[in-house]
Design a protein around this ligand. Structure first.
Ligand SMILES: C[S@@+](CC[C@H](N)C(=O)[O-])C[C@H]1O[C@@H](n2cnc3c(N)ncnc32)[C@H](O)[C@@H]1O
Length: 182
């Protein structure tokens, strides 16, 4: 059961930053800008045990692709149980995302979904991850994030020139949901 895996990981690894998977309400809210009728390329930062990943795979087309990044080894083991040829898992930090993804995805990603705890990162790492993200996205591609507070609004506005936020209360804890467009 994923909640147990989160609990075990949380006490050993501060970067897990959550004792339970994101709620289905929050997953739907974060993913609401995605048009699942088209073939898309999605990258997920901090996929955990795969609550977003499974939702995306259930909804995306047969020719879409999903690249998953997760650093915690207990959660990564759960993630690897996803047996779907459209999903590619990396047990690596998103600090290296643009080096790790295949060259043909650079500038062609439709959506980045991010749950990594940006507030734990130093300014240089945060800014490097956001500028790599901007390079990965195609024009019109979207960076979709969820965080426990609104601290990511200004960095996203600086990187993308725009950002929309809303609260999702049906999650423990409540989440700020972000949408920025390249
Ligand atoms: C708040 S949890 C979200 C997990 C899952 N996506 C969910 O919604 O339930 C954040 C996740 O990001 C992972 N993480 C933190 N820093 C990371 C990094 N630099 N690269 C990749 N994953 C990271 C953590 O291990 C953790 O699983």
């Amino acid at each position: 059961m994923s909640t147990l895996a989160y609990l075990k990981s949380f006490f050993k690894d501060k970067d897990v930053a959550s004792v339970t998977p994101t709620s289905r309400f929050c997953v739907r809210s974060v993913c609401s800008p995605i048009d699942f009728t088209k073939d898309i390329t999605v990258v997920e930062y901090g996929a955990g045990a795969g609550v977003f990943s499974r939702y995306i795979l259930q909804n995306m087309t047969a020719d879409s692709k999903l690249f998953l990044f997760e650093t915690n080894e207990i959660l990564f083991e759960k993630l690897e149980q996803i047996n779907d040829p459209r999903a590619i898992c990396y047990d690596e930090s998103v600090e290296f995302v643009s080096k790790l993804l295949p060259d043909e995805t650079i500038g062609e990603v439709d959506f980045i979904i991010s749950g990594i705890p940006f507030s734990f990162l130093d300014e240089d790492t945060k800014s490097s991850i956001l500028s790599q993200s901007s390079r990965l996205l195609r024009d019109g591609g979207k960076f979709l994030a969820y965080q426990t507070s609104g601290h990511l609004k200004e960095p996203l506005r600086q990187t993308f020139g725009n950002v929309k936020t809303e609260w999702e209360w049906r999650n423990i804890p409540p989440m700020t949901v972000y949408e920025a467009e390249k």
